[in-house]
Write a new protein. Structure first.
Ligand SMILES: C[S@@+](CC[C@H](N)C(=O)[O-])C[C@H]1O[C@@H](n2cnc3c(N)ncnc32)[C@H](O)[C@@H]1O
Length: 233
């Protein structure tokens, strides 16, 4: 593993060994259609990534999307970037022998190799980044892509008007508790997302992808509070 220690307090919960140990149980319960979302992300990448292509995975901690991509595409090689050493270690365990095709880098986008990459993803991560950092990060991802290469982004993105926002966060909590998360924990997670995550509206997210230089921005995934887009560098 290459990289540096993060100084960012937003990564704290991803550095708590007990929280990290349970991490893989969370997204599948809280993100509607997670497994199929990974399949769709792989499919969208594969439209343009060659059989021996090189893919950048930002926010690679846990390793779930890396494993989904590596299992489907035996010739792809990956660079996974994440500030949390603990989440990267979990990615290594999730990948098992597939880790041989992956280089893991500890840090933010600045530690990512220059590429150029045939494709990139950033799943369940950009909602943690404040607006300015998010735009800078998107520009840095795009700079590392070959011209026309696909980028897939999925994260919380929901209307920001207070009443509508509360309604969608309530639906998120309802889905999570229906997946077996205790309802007080699900409600607490929804409240935390509403209060602390610098989430944008879907319209703002699409605008920002354009501001970062991505073209042909297309929505491919909409699941309660989550949205996913494919765009091209
Ligand atoms: C909810 S997890 C998602 C992990 C994985 N992409 C998935 O879908 O399971 C968010 C990850 O983003 C990482 N992260 C936080 N800030 C980041 C940043 N600025 N750049 C890259 N990763 C970041 C965290 O350490 C954590 O591993």
């Amino acid at each position: 593993m290459t990289g540096e220690r993060p100084a960012d307090r937003r990564t704290t919960s991803f550095s708590d060994p007990r929280a990290v140990e349970r991490y893989l149980e969370g997204p599948v319960r809280m993100v509607p259609g997670l497994v199929d979302m990974h399949r769709m992300a792989a499919l969208l990448l594969a439209e343009r990534v060659p059989d021996d292509g090189r893919v950048l995975v930002l926010g690679a901690g846990g390793g779930m999307e890396l494993r989904a991509f590596a299992e489907r595409h035996p010739g792809w090689r990956f660079d996974g970037v994440d500030p949390s050493a603990e989440m990267l270690a979990l990615a290594g365990r999730t990948l098992g022998p597939l880790v041989s095709r992956t280089r893991l880098h500890q840090g933010m986008i600045a530690v990512a190799p220059e590429g150029p990459f045939d494709g990139a993803t950033c799943l369940l991560t950009l909602h943690f980044l404040p607006r300015d950092e998010r735009l800078r990060t998107l520009k840095e991802i795009r700079r590392r892509l070959k011209p026309g290469a696909p980028f897939v982004a999925v994260h919380h993105s929901f209307p920001q008007e207070p009443d509508t926002k509360a309604r969608w966060l309530g639906r998120f909590a309802e889905f999570a508790s229906g997946s077996g998360i205790p309802s007080d924990v699900a409600a607490g997670a929804a409240a935390g997302i509403g209060a602390r995550l610098p989430a944008l509206s879907p319209e703002e997210d699409e605008t920002m992808l354009g501001q970062a230089g991505f073209t042909d921005v297309g929505l491919f995934y909409a699941a309660l509070t989550f949205r996913g887009w494919v765009a091209y560098g």
